[in-house]
Design a protein around this ligand. Structure first.
Ligand code: HAM
Length: 425
């Protein structure tokens, strides 16, 4: 019997994890430079937390959560990171300790969706949440920061969409306007939209069904219903983005699939790379009511999350950098033990050292060093050991020399320093 991974939950093998690490490093650096600190929360939370924050009538809560009961607790594998971040913010009473908190996170999320390219059941998000600042400058700064990060990573054909849903009251008025608009035509709507008309009419605007298109195009725009404060906020966001030179499009049809949003909504899409239909790299928005509704104080907040797997599909292919390393080729048992010590010394000096303890002829050991593209290979046999030496072969340069055993590690490290500086430049 052979096991396979669960459908929609993939392995990342060492041949691929370098790309993940480079992406994560860029994200850590970007967020740290923008004053965000890293948050780590558990992957399991109480089911009720997601129902209360994401909303009962959303795809996630209705059909995509991995939930189970253990003993008397109802638990769910987190489908996203915002609910847990807000739960932690409220639980640790962070608002009373600092007026503004900026947090970022990365990790696995779980949604039982139909898997396809760019859509998984275990996927990974890079995300951030900023608490205590009502914006709109922080909104613009976040969008611009993400646009800059994606550009530095080499993602092209970026399309920034923004919208405003207004305050909770505006949203309620908009909901009523949509019900008025769609109800006389209910029979013409697709089955999904028909169902949404009762439960969550905003989500009709997200429908991909062709038969819904004419009715959606004729629907009232949220932007016509914004209050004066909502409008000032949205204009402030646009003015700041324009000043920063971040290109954007106002898209009144952008609603997003989570219920907690107020005012600013945004997404960044790309048609580059291998993305296919799932071309939304990241999405986010303001959720000024959630901290309060989860038992905290009145506290404005905004955040975003990006799908790591989607970002990797959008990235241009890049050859993985070759790490300079030293390969130890010992001939015989005493030499193998001596090489273990030498390798430890080289690693302590910050370089990669591999010892081949499988034995074999010098020829086969050298072939293995070649296979690993090791620039340095150290051969140690009984006669070298007796002389207190090791033999260094610089494979690419076809040069050979002897090094004293007691300073070999330092000399090897110095050579690797030079090689590393060369490959970095
Ligand atoms: P979301 O739009 O549900 O927002 O997800 C954000 C991103 O996660 C998506 O744009 C996509 O790149 C990725 N993603 C979502 N589902 C999948 C999937 N099944 N497979 C692969 N990638 C996926 C949120 O999660 C919000 N918590 C964002 C946020 C933070 N809003 C405010 N703060």
């Amino acid at each position: 019997m052979q096991f396979r991974h669960v459908q929609g939950m993939e392995d990342v093998l060492p041949t691929d994890s370098g790309r993940w690490r480079r992406l994560e490093a860029e994200f850590h650096r970007t967020m740290q430079l923008t004053g965000y600190g890293e948050l780590r929360t558990p992957v399991l939370e109480h089911t009720e937390l997601f129902k209360r924050s994401i909303g009962e009538v959303t795809d996630i809560v209705e059909k995509e959560m991995y939930s189970f009961q253990h003993s008397r607790e109802h638990l769910t594998l987190r489908p996203e990171g915002t609910a847990g971040a807000v739960r932690a913010y409220v639980q640790h009473k962070v608002a009373s300790a600092e007026p503004v908190s900026r947090w970022y996170y990365l990790g696995p999320m779980f949604r039982a969706e139909r898997p396809q390219r760019g859509r998984l059941r275990q996927f990974h998000q890079l995300g951030a949440e900023s608490f205590g600042d009502a914006g709109p400058l922080v909104d613009a700064e976040l969008i611009d920061t993400l646009y800059g990060m994606l550009s530095r990573l080499g993602v092209t054909e970026l399309d920034v969409r923004i919208n405003s849903l207004g305050s909770a009251e505006t949203r309620a008025r908009y909901r009523a306007a949509l019900v008025d608009h769609f109800t006389p035509h209910a029979a013409e709507l697709s089955a999904t939209s028909h169902e949404r008309l009762q439960k969550n009419p905003l989500r009709i605007l997200d429908s991909k069904a062709p038969q819904d298109r004419p009715l959606i195009d004729a629907a009232p725009s949220i932007l016509e219903l914004l209050s004066e404060e909502d409008r000032a906020h949205f204009e402030g966001l646009q003015a700041a983005l324009t000043e920063l030179g971040t290109p954007y499009t106002v898209d009144p049809g952008l609603v997003r699939g989570l219920d907690y949003y107020t005012r600013t909504l945004f997404e960044i899409r790309s048609s580059a790379g291998d993305l296919g239909a799932q071309n939304t790299l990241l999405g986010g928005g303001r959720y000024d009511g959630m901290v309060r509704s989860l038992g905290g104080p009145e506290c404005p907040a905004i955040g975003f999350a990006a799908g790591v797997e989607r970002l990797l599909l959008a990235l241009p292919p890049s050859p993985s950098p070759v790490t300079p390393l030293v390969f130890f080729a010992p001939l015989g048992a005493a030499a193998q033990r001596a090489c273990l010590t030498l390798a430890r010394q080289v690693r302590a000096l910050g370089h990669v050292a591999l010892v081949d303890g499988r034995g074999g002829s010098l020829k086969s050991l050298l072939r293995r060093a070649d296979g690993l593209r090791a620039p340095l290979c150290v051969v140690v046999g009984e006669s070298e050991l007796a002389r207190g030496e090791v033999q260094l072969k610089q494979l690419e340069l076809h040069q050979q020399s002897s090094l004293p055993l007691d300073t070999a590690a330092q000399q090897l490290a110095a050579l690797l320093d030079v090689l590393a500086a060369g490959s970095a430049g």
